[in-house]
Design a protein around this ligand. Structure first.
Ligand code: MD3
Ligand code: FE
Length: 206
């Protein structure tokens, strides 16, 4: 029988944020989105639209477009404004749980409607792989998939729910991962449904 062991350094903290904390986070993310509107990211070279809508907060934000591809930059690609700051509750999450001595530089905000997904990929646009990525799920449940450091490695699927935190450190930092589907109507947190994922990251090397 095939066994799949989650990569070491992967931690899933189900229900880390209670309902009140989730509501407070949503209010903070609404303020981020008011200052830095969600935009439609496009794949490098092809210009194909991703199904996820994105924005960022922090000193740097992850963006992608047809011409310049995947990168981090200090400003919103459409408004040209600096990204708003990372909410203090997320800085506290990093301090308490990331076990990394420097603060996060980027917080990518992904918004999924009922039909959005994210294909299997690695996060390799950072210079610093020694820092973990810390993720927070809000709103509808999703089916998350994680494998190994080769695309062909076996994968395991996990359902992520609102309030869950996932920490991707150690061997899991360069694991292939993606979101196969959203379970619409599984949460009442977001009044129009959908799922928000927040990822806190270090970008630059020491
Ligand atoms: C495993 N986001 O933004 S979060 C991404 O739910 C991304 O929006 C997904 O993949 C989402 O790049 C997954 C959990 C996650 C984040 C980063 C990882 C898992 C990861 C980095 C390495 C390995
Ligand atoms: Fe990713």
């Amino acid at each position: 029988m095939a066994v799949f062991v989650l990569p070491s350094g992967f931690q899933h903290l189900p229900g880390h944020f209670d309902r009140a904390a989730q509501e407070a986070l949503v209010a903070e993310i609404r303020a981020v989105v008011a200052a830095a509107p969600l935009y439609v990211p496009r794949m490098p070279r092809t210009g194909k639209e991703m199904s996820v809508r994105m924005t960022n907060c922090g000193d740097l934000g992850w963006v992608t477009d047809k011409e310049r591809g995947y990168r981090y930059q200090p400003t919103h690609p459409e408004t040209g404004a600096p990204w708003p700051p990372i909410p203090s509750s997320l800085l506290k999450l990093w301090t308490d749980d990331a076990q990394f001595d420097q603060p996060p530089q980027a917080c990518l905000v992904n918004f999924y409607d009922a039909s959005a997904k994210m294909g299997l990929h690695q996060d390799r646009d950072e210079e610093e792989f020694g820092a973990p990525v810390v993720s927070v799920s809000l709103g509808d449940d999703c089916l998350f998939r994680i494998g190994g450091t080769e695309r062909s490695d076996p994968t395991r699927s996990l359902r992520l729910s609102s309030g869950d935190v996932v920490i991707l450190g150690g061997q899991s930092r360069l694991a292939f991962h993606g979101v196969d589907r959203i379970y619409a109507g599984t949460s009442t947190l977001l009044k129009n449904g959908g799922r928000i994922n927040l990822t806190l990251r270090r970008v630059t090397g020491r």
